[in-house]
Design a protein around this ligand. Structure first.
Ligand code: BT5
Length: 326
């Protein structure tokens, strides 16, 4: 996309008619040139209406993530200011780690329309079919102690809850400790944060986020436990707008994290957890623990009291949790 296309989209992006004359004045090229660029955008899938005496109006943008469009709706200073979009990748986390090693800055986003080896925790896989979801990873370089790294997943989950609630207040997303976002008790997003740290310092972290957006159905093994925003709302969702909302919210929480406002973040996070007071079974390696969730520690660990009254804390990276029905 060249500079004229970008300026055109910027002028038209709020959906109102803008006259050919005004566009040509603003961009400083002839009306014939404008007309040629409008046609080029149309060929790329932009729906642009033209009317005599009124000018041009952007009706619909193609359902593709285009960085320049995302930038138009960002209110951030540094999150999402560099976006790399790939039509297919193994895993966006893997590509983001490569870029982080090449010194790409905090806020860089790596997006794939499809992942062929999308990763969950503990070697599990993440189903990432083309064009329907948001599969992306954020590079960050937070100046916080490595033992506070779990807060990256915490602020990511808070961000998702906020962005989804803003998208539609009826969604009422909840956080299943530690890294799932649920709607109607089904998983709509997963988060996988990966850390590169040494000598008590974080070099970089990659926060991978997978959101089921416009899927109509899931493979059999997921159909009982997964959902998409389209299924929940019965309408297609604009992925670009959702991504903008996420990046905008994320920067606010990331700033809080850098300022060391851990307590405040935890308090807000606890408000969306669906696990406090519940009976759970925790699988950690070959061990199994059963008990009731009594708290979340100041590091974001799950604290449970087992049936003998003993208290255990678990950090998320390495356990699986099942909520019991009683
Ligand atoms: C997660 O792991 O939930 C973390 C998922 C992170 C995915 C993002 S996409 C962008 C970035 N790049 C990557 O390679 N990964 C990240 P976990 O808690 O382990 O859950 C994995 C389990 O969720 C699987 O074993 C399935 O049961 C289920 N699952 C897989 N794909 C799903 C989907 N699309 N929707 C809902 N559930 C899914």
């Amino acid at each position: 996309m060249n500079e004229i296309d970008l300026k055109l989209l910027e002028l038209l992006h709020n959906g109102d008619f803008v006259s050919g004359e005004k566009i040509s004045e603003e961009i400083g090229v002839s009306r014939t040139t404008i007309w040629k660029h409008i046609n080029k955008l149309k060929q790329q899938g932009y729906q642009i209406e033209s009317a005599t005496n009124k000018g041009y109006r952007l009706v619909k943008i193609p359902d593709r993530i285009v960085p320049e469009e995302v930038y138009l709706g960002l209110k951030t200073d540094y999150i999402g200011r560099e976006i790399k979009v790939f039509s297919s990748l193994g895993s966006t986390n893997e590509r983001a780690k490569e870029l982080a090693r090449k010194d790409f800055p905090t806020g860089t986003v790596v997006i794939a329309e499809e992942q062929t080896a999308g990763k969950g925790r503990l070697g599990r896989s993440w189903f990432s079919p083309p064009g329907t979801g948001l599969w992306f990873s954020l590079i960050v370089r937070p100046d916080i102690p490595p033992n506070k790294a779990p807060f990256l997943t915490i602020i990511a989950s808070l961000t998702l809850v906020k962005a989804l609630s803003e998208l539609n207040p009826e969604l009422k997303p909840l956080i299943k400790w530690p890294n799932d976002i649920l709607i109607d008790d089904r998983k709509v997003c997963g988060i996988l944060s990966e850390l590169n740290a040494d000598l008590g310092m974080i070099n970089f972290a990659v926060i991978g986020i997978g959101i089921n957006v416009n899927q109509d159905y899931f493979p059999e093994e997921l159909s009982a436990k997964a959902t998409s925003l389209k299924i929940a709302l019965n309408t297609r969702i604009d992925r670009t707008g959702l991504l903008q909302g996420i990046l905008n919210f994320f920067e606010g929480y990331y700033q809080k994290l850098l300022e060391g406002r851990f307590k405040e973040i935890l308090k807000e996070w606890k408000g969306y957890l669906n696990i406090l007071g519940e009976s759970v079974t925790i699988y950690s390696g070959s061990e199994t623990y059963q008990g009731r969730v009594i708290d979340i520690s100041s590091l974001g660990e799950l604290v449970i009291k087992d049936n003998s009254g003993k208290v255990w804390s678990f950090w998320a990276g390495d356990v699986t949790l099942r909520k019991e029905e009683n």
